[in-house]
Design a protein around this ligand. Structure first.
Ligand code: BGC
Length: 346
């Protein structure tokens, strides 16, 4: 089935935005918008074949414009935190927008989730999708270099939603693109996600300070409430983790080739989501800052832990942590990142 395009209102800069609807052979439906290259909705059948939208979000464009939770977002130029909103590259200090206390978070005040992307529908045998492209100008949110980025979402007949990123630059710059959907495999607004069973293919994580900046240590998860090497309910030990889960895990794969990073199972619906990625890290965020103040799709009020994020990425604050895998992209090089979400039931 081809990509269906429908109008979705006007962005604050006056650009007309659209919705792009993808449907696969099993009735999985993904809805995207060119505003922020956002995943607006994702309908997936449960074990009885009944579909539900499993991502948190909004009914209208205005919701995404005002959003401060990064629901469904394409996050960039650098996802996650950069300490004190600055870094030094090739001997020069760059000052970024500080939008999380003194730190820089998810690309700054107007990150990639708040700009309008160009969209191009793509169809291949057994898959359909949209390629979004955006030119981030030299100096945007403090970052150096004109960065030409693409984010391509493809929905396959094998039940996979893949997200492929590419970028080139004309000056050395950090880049760390990620996807920020909040999932609830029982359906958006259906309650908290504490009963979801999570497996993470990671035996270490990056501990953080009070501002959620990594200390630089790679700590073993074994024997701690951080251990998800075997499937465990998200809520089983969450009260032992101050503030809840909001940590980067060091994937055992080391990154570089597409490898299984996470598996999540929701017992009442039977839905399973498997995430594979080429990235070396994954941020597990248990929706700790949701507090019922956001009213989302269908009037659902999102309370604490009503969704979880699994953000495939390089490690937070990498521009200031030389021992972490590098996030620096130089002219002549190409940034690539592939993450695949595979849906099934049991
Ligand atoms: C971060 C949280 C943050 C949330 C954004 C997550 O990626 O790890 O600390 O609050 O995004 O709203």
């Amino acid at each position: 089935m081809a990509v269906k395009i429908s109008p979705y209102g006007t962005a604050p800069d006056g650009t007309k935005c659209s919705l792009y609807t993808l449907v696969n052979a099993q009735g999985v439906k993904a809805v995207l918008t060119d505003f922020g290259a956002i995943l607006v909705a994702l309908e997936v059948p449960d074990r009885k074949g009944a579909a539900a939208d499993i991502t948190l979000g909004y009914d209208t464009l205005e919701g995404w414009v005002k959003d401060s939770s990064y629901f469904g977002a394409t996050v960039g130029r650098c996802g996650n935190r950069i300490a004190k909103a600055k870094f030094t590259l090739d001997g020069k200090e760059y000052v970024l927008a500080a939008n999380d206390g003194e730190n820089h978070l998810h690309g700054g005040v107007k990150g990639f989730n708040k700009v309008v992307w160009k969209a191009k529908p793509v169809t291949t045998p057994g898959a359909r999708g949209v390629e979004f492209s955006y030119l981030s100008k030299d100096g945007e949110e403090g970052y150096p270099g004109n960065l030409a980025c693409t984010v391509t979402y493809m929905l396959t007949d094998a039940g996979e939603l893949s997200i492929s990123y590419g970028a080139t630059t004309d000056k050395a710059t950090p880049i760390n693109l990620t996807h920020h959907s909040y999932f609830n495999l029982a359906g958006q607004g259906a309650g908290d996600v504490l009963g979801h069973e999570l497996m993470l293919a990671a035996d270490r994580y990056t501990p953080v300070d009070a501002g959620l900046i990594p200390t630089g240590e790679l700590a073993p998860v074994k024997g701690t409430p951080m251990d998800f090497t075997t499937a465990t309910a998200i809520g089983a030990r969450i009260d032992q983790v101050p503030g809840g889960y909001d940590h980067n895990y060091v994937l055992t794969s080391g990154g570089g080739k597409l490898s299984l990073a996470a598996r999540v199972y929701e017992p009442t619906s039977g839905r399973v989501m498997e995430i594979s990625t080429t990235e070396p890290g994954i941020q597990f965020y248990s929706g700790n800052f949701l507090n019922g103040s956001v009213v989302g799709k269908g009037g659902k009020r999102y309370q604490k832990h009503y969704g979880f994020c699994l953000e495939t990425q390089h490690f937070p604050d990498a521009p200031n942590k030389p021992a972490f895998p590098s996030v620096i992209l130089r002219p002549g090089e190409r940034y690539t990142h592939v993450t695949v979400h595979k849906f099934s039931t049991r």
